[in-house]
Design a protein around this ligand. Structure first.
Ligand SMILES: Nc1ncnc2c1ncn2[C@@H]1O[C@H](COP(=O)(O)OP(=O)(O)OP(=O)(O)O)[C@@H](O)[C@H]1O
Ligand SMILES: [Mg+2]
Length: 295
């Protein structure tokens, strides 16, 4: 089972006014609500690929119930901790001439709710995978990722991490099975702009030396590079047509990689790219049909 963790999931409310005038009443032509959160995206795409997955995290209020309903309708299993107060956030995306976003802060996560989550992690078994993705809400202890890693280490559980900067660096000592920085994130850690493949590979090797088994570097429209645990480099270009909505492309790539890795690293990279590109070149997250077509 592949478990994903989303501390602060969201409903993304997109409105489409032709123009946006501040301080006036604006009318939207159409609206949509999608679930949001990196771990949830990964679970959604894993489910598309037929991979058993459970989304973990925290939800609250009526928006939290709506989120669970939406995931259930999509067939994604979830086992969220329900918080006693507050509500799962709604992020507002105003898609006019320009795109304006208002991201909400989300509910407080009290210490006992965190303990309830830890209890769920304690029930994971050897062979399971845990994906940690995204930043840590400011209301949680800053070292919560490390606490979680320490808790699952030595139990035969695979760790996958998609996070930035010091947060990513702080978990390398727990030997994550895979980390997935994008070009900007890897550049920030390396302290210089990485453009050539040779520079990207060198920076990936530094993260491997620091503890990561597999380093998957996503390069947007340029595809991705995988430095596998044996030290071999795999490189493949992106696929598909014009980008339509790249939100969640990286999450989709993580799902494709985790689903494909049983069939070898070359295949895992290709399935990761197919899933990432399927998301980037369509309006919504990757569907099974689109991933298979691009693969
Ligand atoms: N413009 C594009 N055209 C085709 N495929 C793309 C495009 N952008 C991204 N992808 C695909 O998605 C994968 C991941 O993209 P990217 O490097 O942008 O991830 P990311 O920056 O982590 O994204 P996220 O916004 O989800 O965090 C790429 O390796 C590629 O396969
Ligand atoms: Mg990303």
């Amino acid at each position: 089972m592949i478990y994903t963790l989303t501390f602060n999931p969201a409903l993304d409310y997109a409105v489409y006014p032709t123009t946006l005038v501040l301080g006036k009443t604006n009318r939207s032509q159409t609206e949509r609500i999608d679930f949001g959160g990196k771990g949830i995206n990964v679970s959604y795409v894993l489910h598309q690929l037929g991979e058993p997955t459970t989304a973990l995290g925290f939800v609250a209020g009526f928006t939290g119930r709506a989120l669970c309903d939406m995931l259930q309708e999509a067939g994604v299993r979830c086992d969220f901790v329900r918080l006693p107060g507050g509500m799962t956030r709604i992020n507002v995306k105003i898609k006019s001439d320009a795109e304006t976003e208002i991201n909400a802060s989300g509910p407080d996560i009290p210490a006992d709710a965190l303990e309830t989550l830890y209890g769920k992690l304690d029930a994971m078994v050897a062979g399971d995978t845990l994906l940690l993705a995204g930043s840590v809400p400011t209301t949680l202890p800053r070292d919560v990722y490390e606490t979680i890693c320490a808790r699952i280490t030595g139990r035969g559980i695979r760790l996958a991490v998609d996070a930035e900067g010091t947060l990513l660096q702080s978990v390398l000592k727990y030997h994550p099975f895979v980390i997935k920085p994008n070009r900007d994130e890897l550049s920030a850690i390396a302290g210089r702009e990485l453009t050539e493949d040779a520079d990207i590979e060198a920076a990936a090797r530094v993260l491997q030396a620091a503890g990561a088994c597999n380093v998957l570097v996503s390069l947007g429209a340029d595809g991705a590079m995988l430095l596998d645990e044996t030290g071999r480099v795999h490189r493949a270009p992106a696929v598909g047509g014009k980008p339509v909505n790249t939100v969640g492309a990286g999450d989709s790539m993580v799902a494709g990689f985790l689903s494909g890795v049983r069939q070898g690293y070359d295949y895992a990279l290709r399935l990761g790219i197919a899933a990432g590109s399927a998301t980037a070149t369509s309006l919504t997250l990757a569907t099974r049909e689109e991933i298979e077509r691009l693969l």
